[in-house]
Write a protein that binds this ligand. Structure first.
Ligand code: ATP
Ligand code: MG
Length: 581
C-alpha cells in the first residue's frame, strides 16, 4: 500500500481526554478517532491491527473446537427477563435500551448468554449432542459509567464471547480448560506479557473464574501476586493469610474509657493516643438494598467492597450518611465501637483481622470518647469472622505465607464457570443416559479485541511511538523513500516495494513527497516492526538501510539482497510462536 494513495493522517497534538498512552499513540498515529464519549472510528490503518487481533482469536478458537455463529445485537426484553438480567443490568445502567414503533422494548447486547441459551434450548435435547462450545466476535454495547482510555473502555466495542454447554461438571472442566488453553495461545501470539488470576465472578454469578491480565501501569485492575508460589488474584477477589497483629501474645487488660476531644478520625486518634492504626478497630456503616450493616475491621485496613457484597449477598453497598450511622448504631460517626451494637437492629460482620483482638482501641459509642482495652470476644461477643479486608502489598500469601505484591493489570480476557444458573432459569435442559431431564452446565468466556490491541500498545511503545509486536502491526514492513524527487532513487524504492508485494509481504510504502525527517518521525510513531530506508548516501553505494523498530538497530544491505534480508528479519521477529493460518 502506498501512503500517497492511502487515507492516513498522523496528528501532532495529543487528544485532550486521553489518559492512557495507547489512546494517545493510536490517535496520534491516525489509527482511531473519537466520535463521542466511548465511541470511536477506526481508520483503515487502525482496522488492520484490530482485524489481526480478531483473526488470532478466531484461529485459536477454531483450533480449540469452538464453533463460530452470529447472535443478534438487538435483543428483546422478554429474553432478558427470563434470566432476570434486564432488571439487574438496568439498575446498574449498563444496558442501552430502546423501543421500536410498537413500543416493544429492546437492548443492545452487552454480552449474549440469554440469546445463545435460547438457541441451544431449542436445539439440544439429548446428552449425545453435548458438549458444544459456541462463539461469536461481534460488537457489544455497554453504557459504561466512565468510558475512558480509548479502545480499552468503550461504550461500543468488539468482543469475542464464547459459551460452553456440557452435561456435567467434569465436562465443564474440560471445556473451560480448552478455552484457557486457547486464551494462553492468543495472548502469547499477540506478543503480550500476561498473567492469569482468580477473579470475582461478579454480577453474572457462577463459581470458578479467571482473568487474563496484561500488566501495565494504566491497568484499571489491581492484581495480587505471590512470587514464591504463583498465587494470583484480582484484588477484588484476593485473600490473605493471617496478618501479624499488635495484640498477638498480649494478656487482655481492662476496658476503660478515654477522652478524645474532637477526634473522630482514625488518624487523629492514632496521633492523640500515640498508638498505631493497627491497634484500632473500626466500624463502618453501609446501606444495602436489604438494610444497614456494620463492617468491623482493623483500623489500618480498608474494606474490599466486592468481598463484602459477596459476603452479604447484596448488589448495592454504599457508605451510610452521618444521620444514618447515628440512627443505626446510636453513636455519632467516628465513635462507633463493636461492643455497643448488640440489641440494635443491624447486621454486624467482622473481618478476620480482628479475630483474637485484645487491648484494642475503638469508639466508645459517644462523641469525644473512645475505649482502650477492648477484647473482641469478651466485650463485643463477636465470634464469627469473614474475610473482606483489602489485600495490601506485603500481606502474607493465603497459600504459602510469603509476602504478596500488587501490580496494575488490564483485564483483556475473562473465563468463567457459570454452572446451571442460566440453564435453570431459562429451562435449557437435556435428557441424560438414564433418561432423566437435567439443566445443561454452562461456561462463559470473553475477550476484548480492541482492549487487547490497546494493551499491546501499553506494553510496547517508547518515547517516539508504538513498537508493534509483529503479529498486531498494521503492516509488518515499511519502505521509506528518502528522495522520491530523484528519479533513480524513486525507481529503486518502487522496485523493492513491487518485489515485496509480489512475494506477499505485508508492506506499506511511504512514497510521499516529504522530507526524510518527517517520514522517520511518522515511521517511529506508527511503529512498523521493520523499516527499509531507500535513498541517500547508502543507495549511492548500492545499499539500503534495514531498521528494526524494537531495538532501533540499523543494518546496511545491498539493494539486490534487500528482499532476502527483509524476509530473514521478519522470520526472526516472528519467533517460534507464529502459527500458519
Ligand atoms: P471491566 O471489569 O473491565 O468492566 P468486565 O469484567 O465487565 O470488564 P466482561 O464482561 O468480563 O468485562 O467482558 C469480557 C471482556 O470484554 C473483558 O475481559 C474485556 O477484555 C472486554 N471488555 C469489557 N468491557 C469493555 C469495554 N467497555 N471496552 C472494551 N472492552 C471491554
Ligand atoms: Mg470480566
Amino acid at each position: 500500500m502506498r501512503w500517497s494513495k492511502y487515507f492516513l493522517q498522523t496528528v501532532r497534538e495529543v487528544p485532550g481526554d486521553a489518559e492512557a498512552i495507547s489512546h494517545v499513540l493510536l490517535t496520534r498515529a491516525g489509527m482511531m478517532r473519537r466520535i463521542a464519549a466511548g465511541i470511536y472510528a477506526l481508520t483503515p490503518m487502525g482496522l488492520r491491527s484490530h482485524r489481526k487481533t480478531e483473526r488470532i482469536v478466531r484461529e485459536e478458537m477454531n483450533r480449540s473446537g469452538a464453533l463460530e455463529l452470529e447472535l443478534p445485537i438487538l435483543q428483546p426484553r422478554e429474553l432478558w427477563d427470563e434470566s432476570g438480567r434486564w432488571a439487574r443490568y438496568s439498575s446498574d445502567h449498563i444496558l442501552f435500551h430502546l423501543r421500536d414503533r410498537k413500543e416493544g422494548e429492546y437492548c443492545l447486547a452487552p454480552t449474549a448468554e440469554e440469546a445463545v441459551t435460547s438457541l441451544v434450548r431449542a436445539g439440544v435435547t439429548s446428552y449425545r449432542q453435548l458438549p458444544v462450545t459456541l462463539y461469536q466476535i461481534r460488537t457489544k454495547f455497554r453504557d459504561e459509567i466512565r468510558p475512558r482510555f480509548g479502545l480499552m473502555r468503550g461504550r461500543e466495542f468488539l468482543m469475542y464471547d464464547g459459551y460452553s454447554f456440557d452435561a456435567d461438571a467434569a465436562g465443564l472442566d474440560a471445556s473451560y480448560g480448552a478455552q484457557d488453553g486457547a486464551y494462553r495461545r492468543i495472548f502469547e501470539r499477540c506478543g503480550l506479557d500476561f498473567t492469569v488470576v482468580e477473579a470475582d465472578p461478579g454480577a453474572i454469578g457462577g463459581s470458578d473464574s479467571q482473568e487474563f491480565m496484561v500488566l501495565a501501569e494504566t491497568g484499571e485492575d489491581a492484581v495480587v501476586r505471590c512470587a514464591a508460589c504463583g498465587y494470583g488474584a484480582n484484588v477484588e477477589r484476593a485473600e490473605t493469610g493471617r496478618r501479624p497483629a499488635p495484640w498477638d501474645g498480649e494478656t487482655p487488660g481492662a476496658l476503660e474509657d478515654v477522652e478524645t476531644p474532637g477526634r473522630g478520625g482514625i488518624d487523629e486518634v492514632v496521633e492523640f493516643l500515640g498508638i498505631t492504626a493497627s491497634r484500632m478497630i473500626k466500624c463502618l456503616v453501609y446501606e444495602t438494598e436489604s438494610g444497614p450493616v456494620v463492617a468491623i475491621l482493623r483500623g489500618d485496613l480498608d474494606v474490599n467492597e466486592v468481598a463484602l457484597k459477596n459476603a452479604l449477598g447484596v448488589q448495592h453497598l454504599t457508605l451510610a450518611s452521618e444521620e444514618k450511622v447515628e440512627s443505626t448504631t446510636g453513636s455519632p460517626v467516628g465513635y462507633v465501637g463493636p461492643h455497643h451494637l448488640s440489641g440494635r437492629n443491624v447486621r454486624v460482620l467482622a473481618d478476620g483481622s480482628v479475630r483474637g483482638a485484645v487491648n484494642a482501641v475503638t469508639g466508645a459509642g459517644r462523641r469525644d470518647w473512645h475505649v482502650r482495652g477492648l477484647s473482641i470476644d469478651r466485650d463485643a461477643g463477636v465470634r464469627d469472622f469473614l474475610s473482606f479486608a483489602m489485600a495490601r502489598s506485603g500481606d502474607p500469601c493465603p497459600r504459602c505465607g510469603k509476602p504478596l505484591s500488587i501490580a496494575r493489570g488490564i483485564e483483556v480476557g475473562h473465563i468463567f464457570k457459570l454452572g446451571t444458573k442460566y440453564s435453570t432459569a431459562m429451562r435449557c435442559e437435556f435428557t441424560d443416559e438414564k433418561g432423566e431431564t437435567r439443566p445443561v452446565v454452562m461456561g462463559t468466556y470473553g475477550i476484548g479485541v480492541g482492549r487487547t490491541m490497546a494493551a499491546a500498545v501499553e506494553q510496547h511503545h517508547d518515547d517516539d511511538g508504538i513498537v508493534w509486536p509483529l503479529a498486531l502491526a498494521p503492516f509488518e514492513i515499511e519502505i521509506v523513500s528518502l528522495n522520491p524527487a530523484d528519479e533513480a532513487a524513486r525507481r529503486s524504492a518502487d522496485g523493492l516495494y513491487g518485489a515485496l508485494v509480489k512475494e506477499g509481504q505485508d508492506v506499506f510504502y511511504d512514497d510521499r513527497d516529504e522530507r526524510p525527517g518527517v517520514k522517520f518521525k511518522d515511521a517511529d510513531l506508527l511503529g512498523f516492526p521493520i523499516r527499509v530506508n531507500v535513498g541517500g548516501r547508502a543507495l549511492k553505494d548500492g545499499k539500503v538501510e534495514l531498521v528494526t523498530r524494537s531495538d532501533r538497530s540499523i543494518r546496511a544491505v545491498p539493494l539486490a539482497e534487500a528482499v532476502e534480508a527483509v524476509r530473514a528479519l521478519r522470520h526472526e521477529l516472528a519467533g517460534p510462536i507464529e502459527v500458519p493460518a
